[in-house]
Write a new protein. Structure first.
Length: 268
């Protein structure tokens, strides 16, 4: 029996659903950007949300498959380089699909990524005055500010980057809501060694790539693509990969990103 027409119908239906999903858009929304400033009373420097009205930028959900999973081991101070690497994954994806212009004109892909990574690192250091070490990575809120700075600069001040820190536990819907357009995130996790069962002493950042309605979530980390399911163990939530050679990841936090265009006249 020839099943080809049935397969073709299902493929077309899936494409239509994906396209419809990708076209959903937040318009005239009160987005949040993260800023760092001193408290007027105490003088203590901290991070704050600033609200800006705007409209989300659109992108086809199928383009998510192009999000990179760079291997942090090839970048400076690899043990704590996961945060800047996750940022690099996302920013290069933004470039590829025209949200922002390229950071430099370097034609060699490997050299380009090294230059971009080092600039991400430099800006994090400039913002926090704390250099990364083998056991101390970058602040998630500082990372969000640096990401917003790149998006703003490389769009000629036309775009900003909504960022929001979300604590676990997460529902599948948390990740499905990140599939449309240019939305993405990176997860803060602690990995479990598949051979010894020991937990890593340091936290790690993994780039969100996609999620599907069957429950599977895809992450980019350590230069590989991890596909797996969410699972509760006691009070903790875990990402359990399909590949038994991949590390199980205990979920500690997430920072979500949505590029948007600020409204011409802000709503008071």
């Amino acid at each position: 029996m020839n099943h080809w027409p049935q397969y073709l119908f299902l493929a077309c239906l899936l494409a239509m659903q994906t396209q419809a999903f990708a076209q959903s858009q937040i318009t005239q929304h009160n987005f949040k950007v993260i800023e760092r400033k001193a408290d007027a009373t105490s003088g203590e420097v901290g991070y704050y949300y600033r609200h800006i009205y705007g409209t989300e930028r659109t992108n086809n959900a199928l383009n998510r498959l192009s999000i990179l999973s760079e291997d942090q081991s090839i970048y400076p101070i690899p043990e704590s380089g996961c945060g800047p690497t996750a940022m690099l994954n996302i920013l290069i994806w933004y470039e590829k699909f025209g949200l922002i212009r390229p950071f430099t004109r370097e034609a060699n892909s490997a050299s380009y990524k090294q230059i971009f990574f080092k600039e991400i690192d430099r800006r994090l250091l400039e913002l926090t005055s704390e250099a990364r070490t083998e056991d101390r990575g970058s602040s998630n809120l500082a990372s969000a500010m640096v990401m917003d700075g790149f998006v703003r600069e490389l769009s000629d001040d036309a775009l900003r980057l909504h960022a929001e820190a979300i604590e676990p536990p997460y529902q599948l819907k948390t990740f499905l809501d990140l599939v449309p357009n240019f939305r993405t995130a990176y997860l803060v996790v602690r990995s479990k060694n598949p051979e010894t069962g020991e937990m890593s002493p340091v936290t790690h950042a993994a780039t969100f790539i996609r999620a599907d309605r069957s429950g599977y979530i895809t992450l980019g980390t350590w230069g590989e693509v991890y596909r797996g399911l969410l699972k509760k163990r006691g009070s903790d939530q875990w990402f359990i990969p399909q590949n038994p050679e991949h590390k199980e990841l205990k979920l500690l936090g997430m920072i979500q990103f949505i590029p948007f265009e600020p409204a011409a006249a802000a709503n008071p």
